[in-house]
Design a protein around this ligand. Structure first.
Ligand SMILES: [Zn+2]
Length: 269
């Protein structure tokens, strides 16, 4: 169910019936020359909608605000001041919670969001919220991993690559310009190796200055349908597990009970 397509009474019923909202997070950024700026946002939202058809949940509208400072050197990137971005994400989750959802699944459609969303999940221990956050980490079974690998030809992946281009071809064929796929694959340039082991904001750009990583020449809609089916399977199982989970909310209650105890002891002194 898509939040924006429901009437108010139907929405209230969906909150009661499912208790789970999926926030699919993408960004607006360059995807080489052949994929649209909103690739991550479009694909993540689509994946959420397909999985929510199998295991009912409410899907938040398409969301394009995330960490993508490394694309500020290209047209069409949308970036927000770091503190505003955190406040925005927290505010959106609080609104989802205020509408009655007790569980929020964060579905990340963009690798550059990994650290941000991990931190956001950790922020749930700053104060006791009326909802629990479940960040979906791609958790394919070995069988799904094998099927994923078998569907592909290229060993190079990362960004606007064979898999991402294929999935986009499957869902949004009119938005992909296969004739604009670069003639050569994009391998990491390793331009930031002088301090081995260092992670820097410029690290990804150092490897992939054209926002292309991999080889999209062998992408196809048929491959994309296979990959998307695996992703839908994995996310559907995750929604089921989240719905039935009682452990994380109970642990949060236990944790914040102890936080209150600490505060209480402090006040007595
Ligand atoms: Zn992408």
């Amino acid at each position: 169910m898509q939040w924006e397509q429901l009437t108010a009474p139907d929405f209230a019923r969906a909150v009661q019936d499912t208790g789970v909202c999926i926030l699919a997070l993408g960004v607006l950024e360059r995807h080489s020359d052949h994929l649209p700026l909103g690739t991550d946002m479009l694909n993540a939202h689509k994946l959420a909608c397909l999985a929510a058809e199998r295991e009912p949940a409410v899907v938040f509208p398409q969301f394009c605000f995330g960490q993508i400072y490394e694309a500020r050197c290209f047209p069409g990137a949308l970036t927000l001041k770091p503190t505003l971005l955190l406040e925005l994400l927290q505010g959106v989750m609080d609104e989802i919670g205020r509408n009655g959802f007790k569980k929020i699944i964060l579905l990340n459609g963009h690798g550059g969001n990994n650290n941000l969303l991990g931190f956001l999940a950790q922020c749930s221990l700053w104060e006791h919220k009326p909802y629990t956050i479940y960040l979906f980490k791609d958790s394919f079974t070995p069988e799904q991993q094998a099927r994923w690998k078998a569907a592909l030809e290229s060993p190079l992946h990362g960004h606007a690559c064979e898999c991402e281009t294929s999935v986009t071809l499957a869902s949004y064929p009119d938005l992909v310009k296969m004739d604009a796929v670069p003639a050569e694959p994009a391998v990491p340039l390793n331009r930031a190796q002088d301090v081995p082991g260092a992670f820097s904001g410029i690290s990804w750009y150092a490897n992939y200055p054209e926002h292309y990583a991999g080889d999209a020449r062998t992408a196809s809609a048929e491959k994309g349908r296979k990959l998307l089916a695996i992703e839908v399977e994995a996310l559907t199982s995750f929604i089921t597990a989240v719905k039935t989970d009682k452990v994380l909310p109970a642990l949060e209650d236990e944790f914040f009970g102890r936080v209150d105890e600490v505060r209480g002891k402090g006040n007595e002194q």
